[in-house]
Design a protein around this ligand. Sequence first.
Ligand SMILES: N=c1c2ncn([C@@H]3O[C@H](COP(=O)(O)OP(=O)(O)OP(=O)(O)O)[C@@H](O)[C@H]3O)c2ncn1[C@@H]1O[C@H](COP(=O)(O)O)[C@@H](O)[C@H]1O
Length: 108
Amino acid sequence: MNETLKGLSEVVKQRKEHFEEGSYTCYLFDKGLDKILKKCGEECSEMIIAAKNNDNEELANEICDLCYHVLVLMAQQNLAIEDVVAILEQRRQKIGNLKQFHVSDHNT
Ligand SMILES: N=c1c2ncn([C@@H]3O[C@H](COP(=O)(O)OP(=O)(O)OP(=O)(O)O)[C@@H](O)[C@H]3O)c2ncn1[C@@H]1O[C@H](COP(=O)(O)O)[C@@H](O)[C@H]1O
């Protein structure tokens, strides 16, 4: 798993366990699920607009905002990043195998 995402996920989980003055993450946990969901929706819309405007610098920044808020959502719901990555990995292997199958199918 990517170290940056893993590190950020750890910080977010720590913020859920221990209050820290001035922490935006603590502010989100304090507000609760509705606020976190609202922020995920908002950041998702901003990502879409950045893509529509063909602004890749803005798009990258909005994707970062969205990833951060999704990590907060996962911590709020007690969903471990490892569990999400495991599903991605299963899909990667399954789809990789399917492609191999189709290629060998064509060659026979
Ligand atoms: N990656 C992020 C990150 N991305 C976005 N944001 C915050 O998300 C907010 C989104 O901006 P908006 O203008 O949409 O929202 P706002 O008007 O500030 O706030 P709302 O009232 O709308 O909630 C900003 O305040 C950003 O600072 C983040 N805040 C924190 N992190 C990471 O989380 C770590 C812990 O941060 P703290 O919890 O603040 O210590 C940091 O070191 C960073 O690595």
